[in-house]
Design a protein around this ligand. Structure first.
Ligand code: ZN
Length: 287
């Protein structure tokens, strides 16, 4: 009986903590969404322009559908938009049929909105074995989320993933740096200075092997006034060492053609940032 009551109280403690986390996260998102999304994007685009850097935006299709003119505006810049699912849900918890539905619906919306796409990243970087097969089936050029798996995230080069038939994927996978902005901001509450330090550290690590690093910097966070400087500090450093900062598709094309970076750059820096919602209302609907 003693054990049971301990267990019960532990579960209640966990439940309370989880509830608190959700509330904290919601309050934070409310604060972040006080700045209109177009303003966050403008801030990022201006910073990128200053350093002649490219960015890849994995975008949730249902979100794209909610504001087509904002997407059209974003698409008019020389950056890349990739598919980040139809809705922001965990594919690893869905059946094969449900996943097929999500893929098809996302692709249909991207086509209807005339958004060119070549890459895919599953919401939450959560893949089941079926998801890995479906990225192949739907003919994507690259995947930006499988590389978050523990066995890949510390890598510094493109890789192919093994499919059920024993063959390697035709699409290219990219290791995804574990230091995402949500980890640095939501979990560790780091300042922009510390964030810049971490980002630069990982760029330097990849440079040592003439490799690549891919970051996940969500516009909702990195576009905020208090964090944008972590991006500009990274870009300043990248420019000083002659890093190449293309879209993911440009990097994949260049590497598969020449097995080296454009202009023999010492390192390839891939900036990606998922767009899950445009407004706090969208965020709440999802929650
Ligand atoms: Zn996401």
């Amino acid at each position: 009986m003693v054990n049971r009551s301990r267990l019960t109280s532990w579960l209640m403690h966990l439940k309370g903590r989880r509830g608190k986390q959700i509330i904290n996260h919601t309050v934070k998102m409310f604060r972040f969404h006080m700045t209109p999304f177009s303003q966050l994007l403008s801030r990022i685009l201006e910073t990128l322009d200053e350093y002649d850097a490219k960015f890849t935006f994995p975008l949730v299709a249902a979100t794209a559908q909610s504001n087509p003119s904002l997407v059209e505006w974003l698409g008019s810049f020389p950056h890349e938009i990739a598919i980040h699912g139809y809705k922001h849900i965990k594919y690893s918890l869905l059946s094969l049929d449900q996943q097929v539905f999500e893929f098809k619906k996302a692709i249909r919306i991207f086509k209807e909105l005339k958004i060119p796409y070549q890459g895919f990243r599953a919401p939450y970087n959560a893949y089941s074995e079926s998801t890995i097969e479906l990225v192949e089936k739907f003919g994507f050029k690259w995947d930006g989320g499988i590389g978050y798996r523990l066995e890949y995230r510390y890598g510094q080069e493109f890789f192919k993933v093994k499919l059920r038939n024993g063959k390697k994927s035709s699409y290219t996978c990219i290791p995804l740096c574990e230091w995402s902005d949500d980890r640095m901001i939501d979990k560790y509450r780091l300042s922009w200075k510390k964030m810049a330090k971490i980002l630069i550290f990982h760029l330097e690590k990849a440079r040592k092997v003439n490799g690549l690093v891919m970051y996940d910097l969500h516009p909702i966070r990195i576009g905020q006034r208090e964090y944008i400087r972590s991006l500009s500090e990274l870009l300043l450093h990248a420019r000083n060492i002659g890093a190449w900062i293309p879209t993911v598709s440009e990097a994949v094309d260049c590497w598969s053609k020449d097995q080296r970076w454009k202009g023999d750059a010492p390192v390839c820096c891939l900036l990606t940032g998922d767009i899950d919602n445009f407004t706090f209302f969208d965020y709440m609907r999802r929650t």
